[in-house]
Design a protein around this ligand. Structure first.
Ligand SMILES: [Zn+2]
Ligand SMILES: [Zn+2]
Length: 163
């Protein structure tokens, strides 16, 4: 059945942003995959692609799966930037024989990784970084070229099963 997961992630940014911070159309999510019948598989998405890639198992290796980014909205305010994305994917019930647990529409251990890009006006170079669910917070990120603080993550990304 078709399932939708909403991801909402907020980052604090300096009040005078100079680094043109933006969310890249790329994310990874843990999903319970009915194709390789394993729970909590890292599934990689690219905005605009009609399929995603499941990390699979040692036996299967990675494989394509029926999943895509259905909505991708970034909003900027003076002191924060937020991304709200909706991921649609095909889910069917199964039992993970190795972990001995049933599959769920939203994985037992919901996890997401985002990628962000920026442009350093000092050094006139681009940079990028990622943020994910499992890190010690607050997590601060500075420009890799001029060391100016560019973002801080205070809250764990929210993942919610919509349907
Ligand atoms: Zn899989
Ligand atoms: Zn910089």
């Amino acid at each position: 059945m078709l399932r939708s997961i909403q991801v909402r992630t907020v980052l604090a940014v300096p009040e005078t942003p100079l680094h043109h911070l933006h969310w890249r159309g790329k994310l990874a999510l843990s999903l319970d995959c009915f194709i390789c019948e394993r729970t909590g598989r890292t599934t990689s998405f690219e905005l605009g692609a009609e399929r995603a890639i499941c990390s699979g198992t040692r036996e299967t290796g990675e494989h394509y799966t029926a999943a895509r980014i259905a909505a991708f909205d970034q909003t900027q305010e003076h002191d924060r930037t937020a991304l709200q994305a909706i991921v649609d994917y095909w889910w069917a019930p199964f039992h993970d024989a190795i972990r001995d647990q049933p599959a769920h529409g939203l994985s037992h251990t919901p996890w997401v990784r985002h990628h962000l890009g920026y442009y350093c006006p000092e050094q006139e170079q681009v940079g990028e970084f990622s943020i994910q669910t499992n890190v010690l917070r607050p997590q601060s990120t500075a420009c890799q070229h001029c060391s100016t603080p560019i973002a801080q993550s205070h809250d764990v990304p929210e993942l919610r099963l919509l349907t």
